[in-house]
Design a protein around this ligand. Structure first.
Ligand SMILES: [Zn+2]
Length: 73
């Protein structure tokens, strides 16, 4: 399900000053199980994240627009 994807607007406002592509994230939605992972260590482009629910690992890729994409590790 892709239509339940959402971030807190507060988090976006908080990080709005960060340069595109250099921003960090403290939450993500797992591409495998669609779990919303929150309360995790912050990560940024090129770092690996692990889903707390299904255990899958992904490499974080931040686009030039500052959008997060997760690539299977
Ligand atoms: Zn997962």
């Amino acid at each position: 399900m892709a239509n339940d994807f959402q971030f807190d607007d507060d988090d976006f406002a908080k990080e709005a000053g960060a340069a595109s592509g250099g921003r960090s994230f403290d939450e993500f939605e797992c591409p495998d199980c669609s779990a919303h992972n929150v309360g995790i260590d912050t990560f940024s482009n090129g770092e690996e994240v692990r889903c707390m629910y299904c255990g899958s690992e992904f490499e974080a890729r931040v686009s030039s627009e500052g959008k997060l994409k997760l690539k299977s590790a």
